[in-house]
Design a protein. Structure first.
Length: 273
């Protein structure tokens, strides 16, 4: 049987406390992906120069970096707007998703009526819902945050409901034989068991949150990286378009890394995929 310290993928458990992995372990884990990105950028630069590809079609990485530095104030100002939309919508999706999962697990009627509707709504294109949110909530942050919520909440609901239900029947029978209440069973067994599942759903949702925010800004926005991409595309400023995309990639990767770290710290006893 694996001990909690053996089960933790990155965090280290010592005497009940969780410590972060050493720097060397982090470097070893990410050295190959980093090398792959560097090699890809070098090949990209050489191909553009060798074939004389026009900047409007495919700018060199060095040109994109130059534009990002020159327009750093514009990019950073709009990045904070997009990040704010992402975090607000993601937080709402966690609250709504976990709350809905708890309701579904504790009510057979809700599970049979609401869950199929949740699955059906997942098939509705968010691009089609976005214009309605703009009509109802305006072009500000509210409509973008709600769209992020609609994009993110499904994996959280599914993972949370799975974790809450994935409790051995023998354990539940034992607790009921000991006259444990439903509240006690929830707090002592169901929620701790569901915690890694919830964190896994949150890791998926945080990547979707970036997509949801950009979709909202593509539809209608006053600020944000999505607006920068749209305006730059209309003016054929390809380096700035790709610079804004690069900022989104970096921001999305950082958010996912933070969620992975949070999962390692909060649930070190079980590997969170």
């Amino acid at each position: 049987m694996r001990t909690p310290a053996e089960a933790a993928p990155a965090a280290v458990v010592t005497r009940g406390r969780v410590s972060l992995p050493p720097l060397g372990q982090i470097v070893a884990e990410y050295q190959w992906p980093t090398l792959a990105v560097v090699v890809a950028l070098v090949i990209w630069e050489l191909v553009v120069v060798a074939f004389g590809i026009q900047e409007i079609v495919l700018p060199r990485p060095s040109k994109i970096l130059t534009v990002m530095i020159a327009e750093r104030t514009l990019l950073l100002r709009n990045m904070w707007v997009t990040l704010y939309e992402i975090l607000i919508g993601f937080a709402l999706s966690v609250i709504v998703g976990i709350g809905l999962a708890i309701a579904l697990v504790h009510s057979t009627v809700l599970e049979k009526t609401i869950y199929p509707l949740v699955v059906a709504f997942q098939n509705v294109p968010r691009v089609a819902v976005g214009p309605l949110l703009v009509i109802w909530l305006g072009m500000g942050i509210a409509s973008k945050s709600i769209l992020v919520l609609l994009v993110c909440f499904f994996p959280i609901v599914v993972n949370a409901a799975t974790g809450l239900k994935d409790v051995p029947g023998e354990m539940l029978d034992l607790l009921r034989a000991l006259r444990a209440s439903r509240t006690q069973i929830f707090w002592k067994v169901r929620l701790p068991n569901a915690f890694p599942y919830i964190l896994s759903g949150m890791k998926i949702a945080i990547t979707l949150a970036v997509i949801g925010a950009i979709i909202g800004e593509f539809i209608a926005a006053e600020k944000g990286l999505g607006l920068i991409i749209m305006v730059s595309t209309a003016s054929f400023n390809t380096p700035l378009v790709m610079g804004a995309i690069a900022v989104l990639v970096i921001m999305g990767g950082a958010l996912y890394a933070l969620m992975s770290l949070l999962a390692d710290v909060l649930a070190p006893w079980r590997k969170v995929p």
